[in-house]
Design a protein. Structure first.
Length: 128
Protein backbone atom coordinates (compact mmCIF):
# COMPACT_ATOMS: atom_id res chain seq x y z
CA UNK A 1 0.00 0.00 0.00
CA UNK A 2 1.50 3.22 -1.08
CA UNK A 3 0.70 6.54 0.42
CA UNK A 4 0.98 9.60 -1.70
CA UNK A 5 1.03 13.16 -0.46
CA UNK A 6 1.28 16.38 -2.32
CA UNK A 7 2.23 19.87 -1.19
CA UNK A 8 0.47 22.90 -2.51
CA UNK A 9 2.40 26.14 -2.79
CA UNK A 10 1.20 28.89 -0.44
CA UNK A 11 -0.07 31.93 -2.18
CA UNK A 12 0.96 35.37 -0.97
CA UNK A 13 -0.75 36.37 2.21
CA UNK A 14 -3.10 39.31 1.98
CA UNK A 15 -2.94 40.94 5.44
CA UNK A 16 -5.84 43.25 4.96
CA UNK A 17 -8.03 40.26 4.10
CA UNK A 18 -6.94 38.42 7.23
CA UNK A 19 -7.56 41.52 9.32
CA UNK A 20 -11.07 41.77 7.90
CA UNK A 21 -11.75 38.09 8.40
CA UNK A 22 -10.46 38.01 11.97
CA UNK A 23 -12.15 41.26 12.93
CA UNK A 24 -8.89 42.67 14.21
CA UNK A 25 -8.40 46.40 14.52
CA UNK A 26 -4.60 46.18 14.74
CA UNK A 27 -2.54 47.21 11.77
CA UNK A 28 0.16 44.92 10.45
CA UNK A 29 1.76 47.60 8.35
CA UNK A 30 4.30 48.50 11.07
CA UNK A 31 6.65 46.04 12.66
CA UNK A 32 5.68 44.91 16.12
CA UNK A 33 7.11 47.11 18.87
CA UNK A 34 7.94 46.05 22.38
CA UNK A 35 6.33 48.95 24.15
CA UNK A 36 7.94 48.25 27.50
CA UNK A 37 11.53 48.35 26.26
CA UNK A 38 11.99 50.91 23.54
CA UNK A 39 11.50 54.14 25.50
CA UNK A 40 13.28 53.50 28.77
CA UNK A 41 15.27 56.72 28.56
CA UNK A 42 12.12 58.82 28.20
CA UNK A 43 10.76 57.55 31.51
CA UNK A 44 13.93 57.53 33.54
CA UNK A 45 16.98 59.79 33.39
CA UNK A 46 19.20 56.75 33.93
CA UNK A 47 18.59 53.94 31.43
CA UNK A 48 20.36 51.43 33.65
CA UNK A 49 18.13 51.13 36.68
CA UNK A 50 18.87 47.55 37.62
CA UNK A 51 21.02 47.35 40.72
CA UNK A 52 22.37 44.45 42.71
CA UNK A 53 21.34 43.92 46.29
CA UNK A 54 24.56 45.36 47.68
CA UNK A 55 24.02 48.65 45.85
CA UNK A 56 20.59 49.22 47.34
CA UNK A 57 20.57 51.96 49.90
CA UNK A 58 18.96 50.68 53.03
CA UNK A 59 17.41 52.87 55.63
CA UNK A 60 19.99 54.45 57.83
CA UNK A 61 19.97 52.83 61.21
CA UNK A 62 18.78 55.07 63.95
CA UNK A 63 21.71 56.18 66.06
CA UNK A 64 21.92 54.09 69.17
CA UNK A 65 22.27 56.25 72.23
CA UNK A 66 24.85 54.70 74.52
CA UNK A 67 23.79 53.93 78.03
CA UNK A 68 25.18 56.43 80.49
CA UNK A 69 28.32 55.11 82.09
CA UNK A 70 29.46 55.74 85.59
CA UNK A 71 32.50 58.01 85.57
CA UNK A 72 35.19 57.44 88.16
CA UNK A 73 37.70 60.13 88.96
CA UNK A 74 41.03 59.34 90.52
CA UNK A 75 43.35 62.11 91.59
CA UNK A 76 46.94 60.92 91.81
CA UNK A 77 49.79 62.76 93.41
CA UNK A 78 53.47 62.03 92.98
CA UNK A 79 55.54 62.48 96.08
CA UNK A 80 59.22 62.99 95.68
CA UNK A 81 61.36 60.73 97.81
CA UNK A 82 63.20 63.82 98.98
CA UNK A 83 59.99 64.84 100.73
CA UNK A 84 60.27 61.75 102.89
CA UNK A 85 63.91 62.31 103.88
CA UNK A 86 65.26 59.73 101.48
CA UNK A 87 68.11 60.46 99.09
CA UNK A 88 67.27 61.48 95.56
CA UNK A 89 70.33 59.63 94.30
CA UNK A 90 71.82 56.58 95.93
CA UNK A 91 75.55 57.00 95.49
CA UNK A 92 77.27 53.69 94.99
CA UNK A 93 80.48 55.10 93.65
CA UNK A 94 83.15 57.00 95.59
CA UNK A 95 83.30 59.80 93.00
CA UNK A 96 82.00 63.28 93.86
CA UNK A 97 80.16 63.48 90.50
CA UNK A 98 77.34 61.25 89.37
CA UNK A 99 78.63 58.19 87.58
CA UNK A 100 77.43 54.94 86.13
CA UNK A 101 76.24 52.66 88.90
CA UNK A 102 74.55 55.35 90.98
CA UNK A 103 70.84 54.62 91.44
CA UNK A 104 68.40 57.38 90.66
CA UNK A 105 64.69 57.03 91.40
CA UNK A 106 62.88 57.49 88.10
CA UNK A 107 59.38 57.72 89.43
CA UNK A 108 58.30 58.14 92.98
CA UNK A 109 55.52 56.74 95.07
CA UNK A 110 52.07 57.49 93.75
CA UNK A 111 49.22 58.06 96.17
CA UNK A 112 45.51 58.49 95.66
CA UNK A 113 43.92 61.91 96.03
CA UNK A 114 43.32 61.54 99.74
CA UNK A 115 46.98 60.47 100.24
CA UNK A 116 45.83 57.31 102.01
CA UNK A 117 46.21 54.64 99.30
CA UNK A 118 49.50 53.94 97.59
CA UNK A 119 48.95 53.25 93.89
CA UNK A 120 52.52 53.15 92.63
CA UNK A 121 55.99 51.95 93.48
CA UNK A 122 59.50 53.35 93.34
CA UNK A 123 61.44 52.50 90.22
CA UNK A 124 65.18 52.98 90.20
CA UNK A 125 67.42 53.07 87.15
CA UNK A 126 71.15 53.27 86.76
CA UNK A 127 72.32 56.83 86.33
CA UNK A 128 73.46 57.53 82.77
Amino acid sequence: MALSTSLKPISSVNLSEHRRVLGSKFSYSKPFQFHGFNNISSRSPNPFTTTAFFFNKSKQAEPVTPKPTKVQELHVYELNERDRSSPAVLKLSQKPVNSLGDLVPFTNKLYSGDLQKRVGIIVCFDYC
